[in-house]
Every structure is written in C-alpha cells, then in structure tokens.
Design a protein around this ligand. Structure first.
Ligand SMILES: Nc1ncnc2c1ncn2[C@@H]1O[C@H](COP(=O)(O)OP(=O)(O)O)[C@@H](O)[C@H]1O
Ligand SMILES: [Mg+2]
Length: 273
C-alpha cells in the first residue's frame, strides 16, 4: 500500500463541544485494503472521532482529506455520498422490516429505487441475500425473513454487505463485536477480513484487544481524546496494548498493589470504589 495516497486522512483534528475539548490534534491515515483499529477505554473519544469522520460533527480544527484532497462534510449524507459508511453495534437495520426491504431503505428517493424502476420485492430479496452470502453468511437465504429474527452477527453482516453494495470505500465499525458471543464475533471478524480483501479501508473501533489483533494492520490508541500510541501489526504484544489502553498503568502494577493491600489488611481485598 505504500506510495499510494490514503483514502482517508486526518491532520491535527480537534473537536470541542462548547468549552469541552474532546479530541486533541488527531492525525491518522487509512489506505485501501487496510484495517485501522482504533482502541481506547470508555470515554476516550472514539465515538466522537468517528462521528467527526462521518460528517455528524464538524471538526473544530484541523483537516480531513480524502484521496489527498481536503473535504468538509455538511452532514452525514455528504460523507455517505463520498463512500464513508458507519455500521453501529446493532447493525442499524430495521427489526420489523424484511431483509430485502431493509436493504434498500433510504435508497429510493436519492437513487430512484436503486436498481429498480418500481420496488421489486423478489429482486430486492435476491440482491440482498446474494450480497450477504457473498460475505460468507449462507444461513441467510430468504429475503422475506424479518431483520428482527437475525442474530447480532447476522445483522452486522447485513449492514456491512449493504454498505459495500452501495459503494462504501471506508467502512467504520463502532464496537461491532462488543455485544456478541465468541462465535458471532468470529463471524464479524471474518467479514472485516473480507471487506479488506475487497479493497475497502476499514476503521475498526473496539476495546477488545484480541479482536483488534485478529484483524488489524495498524493500531491507534486513544486516551482522553489524544493519540497515545500508534503502531503496526506485530510491533506490540497483547499485554503491551492492554497496558497502553489502561493509560500506562500496567496490569502487573495493579495486581501488585492489590496484593500489597491484602497483605497489610489481613487478607481482605480492597473495597470496590
Ligand atoms: N455532544 C457532546 N457534548 C459534550 N461532551 C461530549 C459530547 N459527546 C461526547 N462528549 C464527551 O466526550 C468524551 C468522549 O466520549 P465518546 O466519544 O463517546 O467516547 P468513547 O466512544 O471512546 O467511549 C466523553 O467525556 C463525553 O462525555
Ligand atoms: Mg463509543
């Protein structure tokens, strides 16, 4: 990927809400066919950062570039039109709608029913099922089924397949595996790999280090709204990454201090704060 312009780049992006400074001088790049993992504890600013990328928030300072040119999104629709797609933890699809119908929601007014002249249920189902199966989810074979009957991982798959079908170039996944069991999470990680293979740039937000290590090419750790570390695959161990996310306080230090407390308090563990 070297030598090629990043699809998306942030240069010194700041974001404040009134007097509250949330993001400080964030610079990052993501190339096609690359997974950038954005790691950070709760409250680190991950969601604020991706909302800024997706046109929900305007940066207070700094620049966003796509293919080397500065862009300014007036809203999420503009970011989406440039190929930035965000998929949230629960897939963002509509539980009471059929799979085929949900696939084309929001497409009609902008694109004249996408591939149809009028809405064609059978074709919509075929397209949706084929798109999801293309990501390896063969269990979804009936577009008339309701989205609400799908598992969390399947909903993610549907949302990702939909974004890719409609031309996403940058796929932003906000904690996609956080609420999933091991098997479902593995499904989603496989889908991330498939999106990468198809040349998308993926920004994968998580606080689960193992999930990040499974798919990530590049890692950025966010602490209190600033980049605390930035490294490539293989440069750090799981323990080092976990410690970085905890703000430099190592798990070993923490355990030692708990042990120390117990020794001086007749074997009683410290009270929970
Ligand atoms: N609209 C807002 N107004 C004021 N503060 C906000 C707003 N959105 C987020 N924040 C603050 O920004 C910080 C980071 O939040 P967030 O981006 O949701 O973190 P994360 O997704 O990493 O858990 C938090 O302290 C949060 O209270
Ligand atoms: Mg968040």
């Amino acid at each position: 990927m070297t030598g090629k312009l990043p699809i998306l780049e942030l240069q010194n992006v700041d974001k404040s809400f009134g007097p509250i400074d949330v993001l400080h001088k964030i610079s990052l790049r993501v190339h096609e066919g690359e997974v950038l993992c954005l790691l950070g504890d709760n409250g680190a600013g991950k969601s604020t950062l991706i909302k800024t990328l997706a046109g929900v928030h305007r940066p207070t300072g700094g620049k966003i570039l796509m293919d080397g040119k500065e862009v300014q999104f007036k809203g999420p629709k503009e970011a989406a039109a440039r190929g930035i797609a965000t998929v949230h933890q629960f897939g963002g699809t509509f539980p009471l709608m059929s799979i085929g119908r949900s696939f084309f929601v929001g497409v009609e007014p902008a694109r004249g029913w996408g591939p149809f002249k009028v809405f064609d249920r059978k074709r919509a189902n075929e397209i949706a099922v084929k798109a999801v199966q293309g990501f390896g989810i063969t269990r979804i074979d009936d577009g008339d089924r309701l989205v609400g009957g799908l598992s969390g991982g399947e909903r993610q798959a549907l949302a990702i397949a939909r974004a890719v079908y409609f031309g996403a170039r940058v796929l932003i996944l906000d904690e996609p595996t956080a609420a999933l069991g091991v098997k479902q999470a593995a499904h989603v990680l496989r889908i991330v790999n498939e999106a990468k293979r198809r040349g998308l740039a993926v920004i994968f937000i998580t606080h689960q280090v193992m999930h990040a290590m499974t798919v990530g090419d590049h890692f950025t750790v966010l602490i209190r709204g600033a980049i605390a570390a930035d490294f490539r695959k293989g440069e750090k161990t799981r323990e080092e990454i976990t410690d970085l996310m905890a703000g430099g306080e190592t798990m070993a230090d923490l355990e030692a201090s708990i042990e120390g407390y117990m020794e001086s308090h007749a074997g009683n563990p410290p009270p929970v704060a």
